[in-house]
Write a protein that binds this ligand. Structure first.
Ligand code: TXA
Ligand code: MG
Length: 358
């Protein structure tokens, strides 16, 4: 499979190529595109299966939250809640640094797919400055979720050659545009409801400049004090800020966990779900709800809605007000995107559990 190469180095070629690339995005495809920081690998941010394919193409073993790229500040209303948008710091930062290398993380509207935010309640948004990126987002008519366009663990790409070396044949198209002049990723700043803004990742905008703008608005803190400029801080994938179920999740690796009574079940597919339901019944558990991640085994579909399914199971159990309830999940088969799903379930299962089985 050869990746479609669309040239957009001049205003003229961009005017021709951006609509074609946008068509691919709207159809659920993946397009690599230049920004002023690094090349991104984009999909329609509101198309969860397309977003799942990003992780598949990158070979990411876990789901990290993605940055959503917009072309217009007005698009924030589709991404941030009204409460988040009323935070004056967004206006201050956007006035000063957008379009540009700043990602703002704030409370997400519920419509933003769980996979884009890796199950968090927040979403990161950036309005890039690169003309090709802006032309693509405008033509697509939808915000574009995009991590850097590299395979997992490799360096971020700053040329089309870097992208093609790593992703040719794994994506639908690459939009080849002007240079990525900054060459390192955006700075990522989190605006929590309370407390000072937090710098989650050093990047294209110097920390001092960010701190200056926020000086009369609660200031700016960096999370680990050992951070060095240009060195990424620990990504959410490695920290607790990921999806953490309130209801304990257990993996039914070989047998059904013996002490479980009230439970909700999650399995990779319908066959796996019937097996899990049978095991649950045999061990005397009360199964309140049971969900398969897809009918037949399908990691792209499963990944697309994994976090939503976990939240649904959790809220069902919370509504029933069963203090000792558990989510019991059958492990996801490893391989490709399956490994990322398996990883998320293992991390969810490793959480400290409510109500204290130590
Ligand atoms: O310059 C950039 O930011 C490039 C271009 C393509 O825009 N993108 C990029 O994406 O570097 P990526 O996926 O490689 O890094 C995104 C990082 C995550 O690892 C995480 O640290 C942070 O952005 N992030 C995104 N959403 C977040 C959220 N809801 N909460 C906390 N951190 C978030
Ligand atoms: Mg990256």
């Amino acid at each position: 499979m050869i990746t479609e190469r669309l040239r957009a180095r001049t205003a003229h070629s961009a005017a021709e190529s951006a609509p074609r690339a946008a068509e691919i995005i709207r159809a659920g495809g993946l397009v690599a595109f230049p920004t002023e920081t690094v090349y991104g690998l984009g999909a329609n941010a509101f198309d969860a299966p397309a977003v799942a394919r990003i992780f598949e193409a990158k070979g990411r073993p876990t789901f990290d939250p993605l940055i959503v790229h917009i072309a217009d500040r007005g698009d924030l209303m589709h991404l941030f809640t009204a409460k988040a948008r009323s935070d004056q710091r967004i206006d201050l930062l956007a006035e000063r640094f957008w379009p540009g290398a700043l990602t703002i993380v704030a409370e997400a509207r519920p419509e933003v797919p769980g996979l884009v935010r890796a199950g968090l309640g927040t979403v990161g948004v950036r309005l890039p400055r690169h003309e090709t990126a802006l032309a693509l987002i405008r033509a697509a008519g939808t915000p574009i979720a995009a991590p850097s366009a590299n395979r997992f663990g490799r360096l971020s790409p700053t040329t089309p050659e870097h992208v093609l070396q790593q992703l040719d044949g794994r994506i639908d198209a690459i939009l080849i545009g002007e240079a990525t002049e900054i060459g390192i990723e955006s700075s990522v700043i989190a605006l929590d409801v309370d407390g000072p803004a937090r710098l989650l990742r050093h990047g294209g905008i110097p920390q001092e400049d960010l701190a200056h703008v926020l000086r009369d608005h609660g200031g700016l803190v960096t999370t680990p004090s050992t951070a060095h400029p240009g060195v990424p801080l620990p990504a959410p994938g490695m920290t607790e800020s990921h999806y953490a179920p309130v209801v304990p999740l257990l993996l039914a690796t070989r047998e059904f966990p013996a002490h479980v009574r009230d439970c909700a079940l999650l399995a990779p597919d319908l066959d796996g779900l019937s097996r899990l339901v049978r095991l649950g019944n045999e061990s005397g558990a009360v199964v309140h709800t049971a969900v398969a991640l897809s009918d037949a085994l399908d990691p792209v579909r499963a990944a697309a809605h994994l976090f939503e399914r976990l939240h649904e199971l959790e809220s069902t159990l919370l509504e029933l007000n069963l203090p000792a309830a558990h989510i019991v999940a059958a492990p996801y088969p490893e391989g490709g995107l399956g490994s990322a799903i398996a990883d998320r379930l293992q991390r969810a299962a490793a959480r400290p559990q409510r109500g204290g089985i130590a």
